[in-house]
Design a binder for this molecule. Structure first.
Ligand code: IPE
Ligand code: IPE
Ligand code: MG
Length: 248
C-alpha cells in the first residue's frame, strides 16, 4: 500500500474530490446479508477514505450519501439509512475534531427527518473551526433542484433590482449554488461499475475527470483511493487547448 501512496505527486493533488458511493446493496447481497448491512459497512469506507484524503492534503471531499430520488426506496431502508446517519454523526464528530476536519452539507436539508437534521446541524456547528479538510455530505441532494433554487435566487435579485440581467455570469451563478465558496471538484469517483451521474453536481462537474471502478463502496478503501488519485494524475487536462499548448 505504501508503494502506491509513494507514487502520488503531492504537488498535483486535486483540491476537491467528489464520490458517488454506490454498491452497498449489491455488496450485502453478495455476502448473503440484508441491504442495511451493506450501508453499515459503507460507513467504514467513509471513515477510511475521509482520513486518507485528509492525510494526503486534499482540501474538500464531497460524498453523495442520499439523493432526493432515494426517498423512493422501501420505507424500511430509508429509515435505516436516516438512523445510520444519526448514529454515524454522533460517533464520528469527535474523530472529525481530532483530525481537524470541518463538516458541511449540501442538499435540501429542510426535508430531512428532524433527528437527522439536528445531528447534522450539530456536527456542522461543532466542527466549524476546523481547517485541515472540509467534508461535504450531499444529503437529500439533487443537482436539478440545486440549479432551480439558484435560478430562483438570481431571478429574485434581478426582480428586486439588486442585479442587472447583463451581470449574470458564471461567478454569480456559482455563488447562488449550495457549493458557494467551494471550488469545483477536479475528480469524480463512482464505485460499483455504474457510469452515470444520478443527478449529482451537474454544474460543478462540468470539467471534472471521471473515475469509475467496479468495486462496491464497502470494498473501496485507502488503496482504491490512491489508485483513483494516481489515475487522475496520469491524465492530461486540456480545457479545450491542444496538448502542445500545455507544455509551452
Ligand atoms: C449506495 O449503495 C448507498 C446509497 C444510495 C444510499 P446502494 O444502496 O445504491 O447499493 P446498490 O446500488 O443497490 O448496490
Ligand atoms: C446515487 O446512487 C446516490 C447515492 C450514492 C447517494 P443510487 O444507487 O441511488 O443511484 P442509481 O439509482 O443507481 O442511479
Ligand atoms: Mg446504487
Amino acid at each position: 500500500m505504501e508503494s502506491l501512496k509513494s507514487k502520488i505527486n503531492l504537488e498535483r493533488l486535486p483540491k476537491h474530490v467528489a464520490i458517488i458511493m454506490d454498491g452497498n446493496g449489491r455488496w450485502a447481497k453478495k455476502h448473503g446479508k440484508p441491504r442495511v448491512f451493506g450501508h453499515r459497512n459503507g460507513v467504514k469506507s467513509v471513515r477510511e477514505v475521509t482520513e486518507c484524503a485528509a492525510e494526503l492534503g486534499i482540501d474538500y471531499l464531497t460524498l453523495y450519501a442520499f439523493s432526493t430520488e432515494n426517498w423512493s426506496r422501501p420505507q424500511k431502508e430509508v429509515e435505516a439509512l436516516m438512523l445510520l446517519l444519526v448514529q454515524t454523526l454522533h460517533n464520528e464528530i469527535s474523530t472529525l475534531n481530532k483530525n481537524n476536519i470541518k463538516l458541511q452539507a449540501i442538499g435540501d436539508l429542510e426535508k430531512l427527518p428532524g433527528k437527522t437534521r439536528k445531528a447534522l446541524l450539530s456536527g456542522i456547528e461543532l466542527t466549524k473551526d476546523n481547517t485541515r479538510m472540509t467534508l461535504v455530505l450531499a444529503l437529500n441532494y439533487s443537482a436539478k433542484w440545486e440549479i432551480l433554487e439558484a435560478t430562483k435566487k438570481v431571478a429574485e435579485n434581478v426582480k428586486n433590482g439588486s442585479l442587472g440581467l447583463e451581470d449574470i455570469n458564471e461567478d454569480v451563478f456559482s455563488n447562488a449554488l449550495s457549493t458557494k465558496n467551494i471550488p469545483d471538484p477536479e475528480l469524480l469517483i463512482r464505485t460499483s461499475g455504474e457510469t452515470r451521474l444520478s443527478n449529482f453536481l451537474l454544474w460543478q462537474l462540468a470539467y471534472a475527470e471521471f473515475y469509475f471502478t467496479a468495486e462496491f463502496w464497502p470494498d473501496f478503501k485507502k488503496e482504491s483511493f490512491y489508485q483513483a488519485i494516481l489515475d487522475y494524475q496520469n491524465r492530461e487536462r486540456r480545457f479545450g487547448k491542444t496538448s502542445e499548448q500545455l507544455v509551452t
